[in-house]
Design a protein around this ligand. Structure first.
Ligand SMILES: [Zn+2]
Length: 613
């Protein structure tokens, strides 16, 4: 599946922040985020409160402020919410007003390069959305400082592992200013960093480490890997090394093969933890993997990156929040039947890691996850090399930009991924000609665009003279699929959605206080089911239901399936998680029909099932 030769040798350019805005259910989802933790944290979490050192106080002054702003900025502009924009502006203003004469910036106590890489990303987005003239000279001074200073005061720890994120902002500024001095800063940043190219080409992390012998390494850290996936691509842009380019596909191959999960995620709790469906994946890794895929999609134009991006955005991302996004997990599990404080088989995380709450295990995710939904929405449409547009991922949105010298708008109206039809309405000059590239997912056999067959796993080109009011209809047939898993079990997918057993949930506050307490979630119905299937196909009756918020809750699942299943009494809890998926002859109880709902809706769930025929 992951093959560098499959890349179509096509690149896309992301549109500036603000050109793509959410519509329909996706807009409501972003509002849920804005009114959930994202909107409440400044008041209720000291690390992002008035006392943050990034606002001039003497509180947290490392990565948490920058992480938050990196998500708050795109959320504010995608929603066009003046209140959120004003909030973001306080952090941005403080930062822009606190640059040292040398070019260094940030809280007075800060000596680490890493948080500056995050804040630089936030500033680039701010500049795109507002045209703020302060940002380019500010970053120019900082990168000049980096070029001169880093050789004698090198990057440390996280900055070494995450150098590519610094590089992205240098590249951004270079594209805008053409200042060739920035290429030296870029080369220095590359020189300072870990070689993710070698890591993925060599890849010794082929199993979960034993708890007793585990030792911290930046190379096995789950978030570093999620971020590091894009590093070979950035390295290739800097050096032109073919070896680096090939390492991008190798990264996905290795992570899928040795740590892959049914949702397209890989495990890490918080180091790479093998393919078992009860290992956890840290939320930071979900949003960083998405951001990496958005970069890879632009750089290489491989539609498979879009398929994977949608899987993460529509499964793993919503799954790890409560439906109203007021609580999140540190670690999510594919087979997650009990969320409580209990020592689990994590590599090195704490017993509270799968609670839903404010900052279970550690507060990095609390600060970092805000970028997930907004950057995904901002990336749905990109510019193509032939000065057209490309729908690289699907979801309801409106695109407003200039194409071939004329202002155009595309309204992408759809309830995808819960429905299979996408309608694109054009508005702009009559008879304006430009190409629109439409990503056809690899699973969409029999897809059509404007009635024309469109092969799966490609970008389908529509080149026409557009008339105002034109509607382009895209149909992406979603036949149910059975996925074989390394556990010996199966998972069920339909379109980009993975489906899980709906389990009764009882939410109970265990600590913390309103409005952002920590919850445990206890099962109120059995979960130890096997599905009737031959392992290749499954008889499932899908039912589409009305879309109403919150979309990612078991009650409101916008699509659900009924399947034949039977309980397997010997499948029980082991160390607070569902035991290994039972193998061999299953002695099971009588058959019944059970309901599967999208993975993102089921906060308790079985996703990898044993099966019988
Ligand atoms: Zn985290």
């Amino acid at each position: 599946m992951w093959n560098p030769d499959s890349s179509p040798d096509r690149t896309f350019t992301p549109l500036p922040l603000g050109c793509v805005r959410p519509l329909g259910w996706l807009r409501e989802q972003l509002r849920i985020q804005a009114e959930g933790q994202t909107g409440l944290l400044e008041q209720h979490w000291p690390d992002l409160g008035q006392n943050s050192a990034w606002l001039g106080g003497d509180g947290e002054g490392w990565e948490r402020g920058p992480y938050y702003v990196d998500g708050l900025v795109p959320l504010a502009f995608l929603l066009n919410d003046s209140c959120l924009v004003a909030r973001a502006e306080r952090w941005i203003d403080w930062t822009l007003n606190h640059q040292h004469r040398s070019g260094w910036f940030g809280p007075a106590t800060l000596e680490d390069w890493w948080p500056l890489a995050i804040m630089a990303k936030a500033l680039t987005q701010w500049a795109e959305a507002t045209g703020d003239p302060r940002v380019e000279p500010f970053l120019g001074r900082f990168f000049e400082h980096l070029e001169k200073e880093a050789p004698s005061r090198p990057f440390q720890a996280w900055a070494v592992a995450r150098w590519a994120d610094m590089a992205l902002s240098i590249q951004w500024l270079h594209r805008r200013t053409g200042n060739s001095g920035l290429l030296r800063a870029l080369a220095e940043t590359h020189r300072q960093g870990l070689s993710w190219t070698h890591w993925f080409q060599w890849f010794p992390a082929t199993a979960k480490p034993a708890r007793e012998t585990f030792r911290f390494s930046h190379f096995t850290h789950v978030v570093n890997n999620a971020m590091g996936i894009k590093a070979p691509a950035v390295e290739w842009e800097i050096t032109g090394w073919e070896f680096s380019r090939a390492a991008v596909w190798q990264a996905l191959l290795m992570l899928d093969q040795y740590h892959g999960q049914a949702t397209g995620l890989f495990s890490g709790d918080e180091h790479l933890a093998g393919p078992s469906p009860t290992q956890g994946t840290e939320l930071c890794a979900v949003v960083e993997y998405m951001f990496s895929l958005e970069k890879l999609l632009a750089t290489f134009g491989d539609p498979l990156f879009g398929d994977r991006l949608e899987m993460l955005a529509y499964n793993a991302l919503p799954a790890t929040f409560d439906p109203w996004m007021r609580a999140h997990q540190y670690d999510q599990q594919a087979n997650q039947v009990l969320c409580d404080i209990h020592p689990r088989a994590w590599v090195n995380n704490e017993p509270d890691s799968n609670l839903f709450g404010l900052d279970p295990n550690f507060g990095c995710c609390t600060a970092n996850y805000h970028q997930g939904w907004p950057k995904f929405v901002a990336s749905l449409c990109m510019r193509s090399e032939d000065d057209g547009l490309a729908l690289v991922a699907h979801g309801p949105c409106e695109v407003r930009t200039t194409v071939r010298g004329a202002a155009v708008s595309l309204r992408v109206e759809t309830d995808y991924p819960f429905r299979d039809t996408v309608e694109v309405r054009y508005d702009g000059p009559d008879g304006h000609r430009f190409p629109l590239w439409v990503r056809i997912p690899a699973w969409a056999k029999g897809a059509t665009v404007a009635g024309v067959d469109a092969p799966e796993g490609t970008f389908h080109k529509v080149d026409r003279q557009w008339k105002p009011g034109d509607v382009l209809t895209i149909r992406l047939p979603m036949a149910p699929r059975v996925l074989r898993r390394p556990s010996g079990g199966i998972a069920v997918a339909r379109g980009p959605l993975v489906f899980s057993l709906r389990i009764g949930e009882r939410w109970r506050v265990v600590r913390g206080k309103e409005p952002l307490p920590d919850y445990e979630v206890l099962p109120t119905t059995p979960w130890n089911y096997a599905l009737r299937s031959d392992g290749e196909a499954i008889e499932a009756v899908f039912e589409e239901r009305p879309l109403r918020p919150p979309f990612f809750s078991p009650e409101n699942a916008p699509v659900a399936a009924r399947v034949e299943a039977a309980q397997v009494p010997r499948w029980t809890l082991v160390e607070g998680s569902a035991g290994p998926v039972p193998q061999g002859d299953l002695s099971h109880g009588s058959e019944e029909r059970v309901e599967l709902v999208p993975y993102g809706c089921a906060k308790l769930r079985i996703t990898e099932f044993p099966f019988y025929s």
